[in-house]
Design a protein around this ligand. Structure first.
Ligand code: F6R
Length: 241
């Protein structure tokens, strides 16, 4: 695992965009996307490169990490809507090739199996972007998630719902359940790129990078991945030894 301490969020965005650009310039790129605040600087840089430098997403397929259960796709905070607003509506990717688990499916277990099969059928993910929760989650694999798990329904912890309440009118409106790629699904991506900024993430980053490989800190799976890169700012790196 490589840890890169950057001077600003914008520098992180440029590094992540470099990784994605290299994949996008290759054959049949399959990109893994995350939502939340952490990826936004990278998405803004990718949009800038699309507009100003001609970086094309035309041949790309994209898979999201996760989705809330019970929010219709039209809800502004559904992750399918968020990724359109933050990235895919602003580049030339085919909207029909942007996939997310359907949190409104009648049979959630079947939907999760279908989603894993779709990732496999696309040939697997070349690069997967990850944020990290204050409790060490990646995707929505909360602490004690199985290290080999595949896409499945999960219950959010109170902490995560409070962390995400800023996107809703109140914490009570944050859905209690999600569909998330499992830690095994995420680990199948060829390259994992985790980004974190701010002191609120410092403890989780220290546990992920220097703590034991353990389900207590799901992000610690990056330690056994053959190609993992962590981009952090000084504040998020502040608890590293
Ligand atoms: C979102 C996701 C989550 C977030 C994490 C950090 O798709 O999978 O794991 O990456 O909760 O969220 P932010 O970046 O908003 O702090």
């Amino acid at each position: 695992m490589e840890v890169v301490i950057c001077g600003s969020g914008e520098e992180i965005g440029r590094h992540v965009a470099d990784v994605y650009e290299a994949v996008l310039r290759g054959p049949a790129p399959v990109i893994g996307l995350a939502t939340g605040s952490s990826p936004l600087v990278a998405y803004q840089e990718l949009i800038r490169r699309h507009r100003e430098d001609g970086l094309s997403f035309a041949g790309a397929t994209a898979f999201l990490l996760d989705e809330y259960v019970g929010l219709p796709l039209s809800h502004p905070e559904s992750y399918a809507a968020v990724i359109r607003r933050e990235l895919t509506d602003h580049v030339d990717i085919d909207p029909a090739r942007v996939f997310s688990p359907d949190g409104t499916a009648a049979d959630l277990a079947a939907e999760c199996a279908r989603y894993d099969a779709a990732i496999a059928a696309a040939g697997g993910v070349h690069v997967q972007l990850l944020g990290i929760g204050t409790d060490g989650h990646v995707g929505f694999n909360e602490p004690m998630s199985s290290l080999t798990s595949r896409t499945r329904p999960k219950t959010l912890t109170r902490q995560t719902r409070e962390d995400n309440a800023r996107f809703f009118d109140s914490v009570d409106e944050v859905p209690t359940h999600v569909l998330t790629q499992g830690l095994g699904t995420i680990s199948s991506a060829r390259h994992l790129v985790l980004v974190a900024t701010g002191s609120a993430k410092a403890e989780a980053i220290a546990a992920a990078v220097e703590g034991p490989l353990s389900a207590r800190c799901p992000a610690s799976i990056l330690q056994w991945h053959r190609h993992a890169t962590v981009f952090v700012d000084e504040a998020a790196a502040s608890r590293l030894e």
